[in-house]
Design a protein around this ligand. Sequence first.
Ligand code: XMP
Length: 327
Amino acid sequence: MVYDRRPEDMVRITTPELAQAFIAEQIEALQKQIGDRKVLLALSGGVDSSVVAAMLIKAVGQQLVCVHVNHGLLRKGEPEQVIKVFRDEMKANLIYVDATDRFLDKLAGVTDPEQKRQIIGGEFIDVFAEEARKLDGIECLAQGTIWPDILESEAGIKAHHNAGGLPEDMKFELVEPVRILFKDEVRMVGKELGLPDGMVYRQPFPGPGLGVRCPGAITRDRLEAVRESDAILREEFAKNGLEGKVWQYFTVVPDFKSTGIRDGKRTFDWPCIIRAINTTDVMEVTVEHLSPELMDHLVKRITTEVPGINRVLYDFTPKPPATVEYE
Ligand code: XMP
């Protein structure tokens, strides 16, 4: 049965058995809903869209067409992981679009945070719609809508913009296999569907990606500094048992330079700010305090391995007064 709303008496999916039962029931319901039609999915590699993809691959196999748009603002290794997991391992019908140049060209010189977000969101829809038009006979659109999205849009907290934004003439029947699930349930289902832990338990990542961690006008070199420092931070958190323990952690490279010294010569480079926070609801967050040893190690690695960085700073500000992201 395809549910529009979460049944009042639905038991929270907290065990592999409950997840398996949900998967079996939903696969049957999806096969009934979709029949022999084709389904399109924008696969970002985030938890929700990945679980939707895995579920649909089980239910309708090659009738699912996944489109992964790389907007150039993804973390290091993410597009590669999407291709490896879905195309190579799950044998999904995956279209990979490297739209990096398109996005970065449009964003060149744009400093206003809201304008940056609008450009990224608008361009994403354009690229996705263009890919959809190249395909024949697509009747359904799958989405990773989850139950809190529905509740929040009903409460007027945030517009639930899935499916919104596509051109008027592109009408699809919606397929939303995790619509009635809470986030923890989506993760449980994803694990049972065989997705890797790195995908199922990944930290939240904003839609505009590293773009909001490269404050001001995005340049390719500063964006690369964000991506490389983020990769080092993630690697060190994993090695030091902090992955899965700290709620969210990332780096920001602001658009100013300061004087430094390397190999006896003056440098004039950017600082890299580390942010690591804990929360339950993201309305209020506290700061994770790292050990001095780990701090020293991060400073050493980031300043020696990331071109353009000569200083590392730590953000000790809770929310409020600061938000989690910088833009
Ligand atoms: P803020 O910065 O508002 O962030 O304190 C709260 C949480 O939301 C994430 N975030 C976003 N997620 N699209 C998203 O999907 C966005 O535009 C966006 N902006 C912020 C942020 O990473 C944090 O977890």
